[in-house]
Design a protein around this ligand. Structure first.
Ligand SMILES: Cc1cc2nc3c(=O)[nH]c(=O)nc-3n(C[C@H](O)[C@H](O)[C@H](O)COP(=O)(O)OP(=O)(O)OC[C@H]3O[C@@H](n4cnc5c(N)ncnc54)[C@H](O)[C@@H]3O)c2cc1C
Length: 388
């Protein structure tokens, strides 16, 4: 093969110079600004506003927003790199950035009118956090069974209902809320609305106390006759199901990136520890049994990364990626569980304590198999593509 032909089809993990600079700047930020706060954020289930502000200054809160709207004018792949680099240190920070970019901004860029883009994208690039509110107590996997209703009134829509499990609920200024304008029409009544935090009739409710990603806020939202202007319908009335399906298809690549980051973080800690920890008079990393476990972890991380990068590159190339996105989330979340579990084992008793970071990463990874479609839902998507 000629060198030219090789360049025409670069390896999946080959990054452009611009991507390398971007990833390294986010990694550096994660090490210097996030790592010192991570344990405390987990312990107190708090996300400092100062850290949110720093993420805006870093330029990772508006990655795909065009420069004309104050964003970074980057690609979806840049978002994946940012989420991975942040999650390697703290997956709670990873998911805040993930929801902002791969769900909220992504949905606005794709579905919003020019007027809505002009009103909200500059804010989202500068200081506003976004949230994506689809799930309810009675509708998770069966997302389109949502019960929140929207009734036409006063030139807009009055929304009433309760949303559950909404990431960034505490920090968000803007919420994409899915409600049904015509429940008799089933999913064809579902509509996406942009709701500002200070809208009358809108309240952020209880925050969940969780097993992992504890610093990421997960909140209930209460809507009681919350009036949303017609101009804040995202996409078309009755086409919210399309907004939801299409954004979540992309969003789950971001969750895949979060899981690659968690797994890589656990591998880094374990690889360092086995070189230092001595038993039987030598580092435990000298034992082939331990070496093989590290090798297995590294292979899992790399396989997961290839699936995630492939799905993200396909998306940026405008090619079909539905199956690849489902596969990357399914595999990377299961790989993260295996890798973090082995990392805890390799730390021995210390791995079971809060004195070392692997215990936290083990808890943090579990969410990857649940949100943005459980593993069973990913299997359903993959099987449907194969079997019809
Ligand atoms: C920390 C956290 C953050 C979240 N963030 C958000 C957010 O920002 N926005 C948002 O809208 N939602 C969010 N969610 C909600 C999340 O997407 C849902 O919890 C998830 O989709 C699963 O829904 P459920 O909890 O109702 O479980 P259920 O749908 O009740 O599923 C329970 C179990 O049944 C299985 N199951 C269900 N149906 C089938 C089937 N047909 N075949 C096989 N198995 C099936 C599932 O796989 C699962 O194992 C978040 C959840 C958590 C925990």
């Amino acid at each position: 093969m000629t060198q030219q032909a090789e360049l025409a089809t670069p390896p999946l993990t080959a990054l452009t110079e611009d991507e390398i600079i971007f990833r390294d700047s986010v990694s550096d930020f994660a090490e210097t600004r996030v790592r010192p706060l991570s344990r405390d954020m987990d312990e107190h289930a708090k996300f400092p506003r100062t850290l949110v502000d720093e993420l805006f200054s870093l330029g990772v809160m508006g990655i795909e927003i065009p420069e004309t709207h104050g964003g970074a004018g980057g690609t979806f792949f840049h978002s994946v790199l940012a989420v991975e680099a942040l999650s390697r240190v703290d997956p709670s920070v990873g998911v805040l950035v993930d929801v902002q970019n791969t769900l909220v901004i992504n949905a606005l860029i794709r579905w919003a009118s020019n007027d809505v883009k002009g009103r909200y994208l500059p804010k989202l690039a500068a200081s506003w956090v976004g949230a994506y509110a689809l799930s309810e107590s009675g509708s998770g996997s069966d997302a389109f069974a949502l019960a929140t209703k929207a009734v036409e009134r006063d030139g807009g829509f009055a929304l009433t209902g309760r949303k559950l499990w909404i990431t960034n609920g505490n920090e968000a200024n803007l919420f994409i809320v899915f409600a049904n304008v015509n429940p008799e029409a089933g999913y064809r009544g579902i509509t996406a609305f942009l709701v500002e935090r200070d809208s009358p009739g809108f309240t952020v409710g209880k925050k969940e106390d969780k097993l992992g990603i504890r610093a990421s806020s997960t909140c209930e939202l209460l809507l009681e006759d919350c009036l949303v202007p017609r101009a804040n319908v995202l996409g078309e009335v009755g086409k919210g199901y399309k907004v939801a399906i299409e954004t979540l298809n992309e969003g789950r690549i971001g969750i895949g990136a979060q899981m690659v980051g968690v797994a890589q973080g656990a591998l880094d800690h374990a690889a360092k520890y086995v070189r230092e920890r001595k038993q039987f008079g030598r580092p435990i990393g000298d034992f082939q049994g331990v070496q093989f476990q590290i090798a297995r972890m590294a292979t899992d991380v790399q396989a997961a990364r290839l699936l995630v990068y492939n799905a993200a590159r396909l998306r940026d190339a405008g090619r079909a990626f539905l199956t690849e996105a489902a596969m990357c989330k399914l595999f990377s979340s299961e790989a993260a569980e295996r890798v973090t579990s082995l990392a805890v084992n390799l730390f021995g008793g210390y791995g079971f304590t809060r004195d070392y970071p692997v215990e936290k990463l083990y808890r943090d990874q579990k969410i990857g198999q649940i949100y943005e479609g459980t593993s069973n839902m990913q299997l359903q998507t993959i099987a449907k593509q194969i079997l019809g």
